[in-house]
Design a protein around this ligand. Structure first.
Ligand SMILES: NC(=O)c1ccc[n+]([C@@H]2O[C@H](COP(=O)([O-])OP(=O)(O)OC[C@H]3O[C@@H](n4cnc5c(N)ncnc54)[C@H](O)[C@@H]3O)[C@@H](O)[C@H]2O)c1
Length: 358
């Protein structure tokens, strides 16, 4: 007789583009989780998503979803400005949380959440699905086990001007709603802040996941010819030198990746537009063997893989492995605040001294 494995019953808050293109399918395909509930205050959008994805139940009101005892965990997929308040509500209702990146916008609000979550036994994981990209995982494994001391990390994340042609070609039809709940200040009102929060958070998380904490940052910024460009010199905690390039609107293909030089080898990675669901091409050179390795990480559904890891930690009471923790989310917000300050002042900023808001 086979014992049916318990599945994590997930409630997804927000039926917007990221849920439609990522989370609903991840929940439906996960081996150890199910799309139990969805929630959105926009009635027509929620009804359409209910018809397509067939959750057991759909809620217009978030508190009602939190009051549902059958919901084990929530995925928070709303505008950045809402993340902290909605995460607090979920934790206070006793739910585990998988929250979209970035964690928040101000350092203070993120610190407050860390304090609240740490008083509970609830699992809080941040959505940084690139950590579940098998190519990036191979790079990290090599760094952790064989690379020895790191010398330099170069990372780039350049969204391209053709992105919507690509996205429209590969994503399912995304339904937008005029009645969706929006923050008081439109996220794109300040494009510099928006790009740092949306794209910079990925660049920083990958860099810190592979090379450790960034302690100091000097950022040079140029807005020209329709581009926003940050070129940054950074120092990692162990003394590794770093250069980061965040440029939005490059006239070429999606351009994201990293090069890492170390004591016992090197790693070069090319990351694809996420909506292709294709793992990064990573080439690892080992000084010991004199060989290159190029892993084929055939399962590129990193949203599903991330959710399965989250569910596994909860169902089996195991610690978070690979995924971005709450503290790492705070660290990324702090680093973004340091970038803003360095951009404003033209000076190098110690991340530990950063205060205020992205
Ligand atoms: N990981 C990634 O690669 C990735 C990619 C895109 C977006 N994101 C992140 O995902 C998040 C959501 O992005 P989006 O474009 O889908 O957002 P969106 O604002 O278009 O959609 C959010 C939905 O949540 C609903 N909502 C908000 N607050 C609510 C509440 N209190 N009760 C009920 N419904 C509520 C809104 O009505 C809306 O339909 C953002 O933080 C964004 O940065 C991540």
């Amino acid at each position: 007789m086979t014992v049916e494995q318990k599945k994590l019953r997930v409630g997804v808050l927000g039926c917007g583009p990221i849920s439609q293109a990522g989370h609903f399918e991840a929940c439906s395909k996960a081996s150890n989780a199910e799309l139990y509930a969805i929630c959105d205050s926009a009635d027509e959008l929620r009804s359409r998503m209910q018809a397509i994805w067939q959750p057991t139940v759909a809620y217009a009101d978030y508190q009602q979803m939190l009051d549902d005892e059958n919901v084990d965990a929530v995925i928070i997929a709303t505008a950045d400005a809402f993340h902290i308040q909605l995460a607090m509500m979920a934790i206070n209702a006793g739910k585990h949380v998988l929250c979209e990146k970035p964690l928040g916008i101000t350092i203070d609000e993120c610190e407050e959440l860390v304090e609240v979550v740490n008083k509970t036994d609830r699992l809080f994981q941040l959505e940084h699905m690139k950590r579940f990209d098998g190519g990036i995982q191979a790079a990290r494994d090599f760094i952790q086990t064989e690379m020895g001391q790191l010398v330099a990390y170069k990372g780039w994340y350049c969204d391209n001007s053709q992105r919507y042609l690509t996205i429209n070609a590969v994503q399912p039809q995304v339904i937008l709603s005029d009645s969706k709940r929006k923050p008081k200040i439109a996220p794109k009102a300040d494009l510099q802040q928006y790009n740092l929060l949306s794209h910079g958070s990925h660049l920083l998380d990958t860099a810190m996941h592979l090379a450790g904490d960034i302690t100091e940052i000097e950022s040079h910024y140029l807005k020209r010819a329709g581009h926003q460009c940050w070129l940054m010199s950074v120092a990692f905690a162990d003394g590794t030198l770093g250069q980061l390039d965040l440029t939005l609107g490059v006239h070429m293909d999606w351009h994201e990746g990293f090069q890492i030089y170390g004591e016992n080898g090197s790693v070069v990675g090319k990351t694809y537009n996420p909506w292709f669901y294709k793992s990064s091409d990573v080439e690892i050179f080992s000084k010991a063997t004199g060989n290159f390795t190029r892993p084929l990480a055939a399962d590129g559904q990193f949203y599903r893989r991330q959710l399965e890891a989250f569910a596994d930690s909860i169902l089996n009471e195991t610690p978070i492995i690979r995924a971005a923790t709450l503290e790492e989310g705070l660290r990324t917000v702090r680093t973004m605040v340091a970038i803003q300050e360095s951009t404003r002042t033209g000076k190098s900023v110690r991340v530990a001294d950063a205060r205020g808001s992205v």
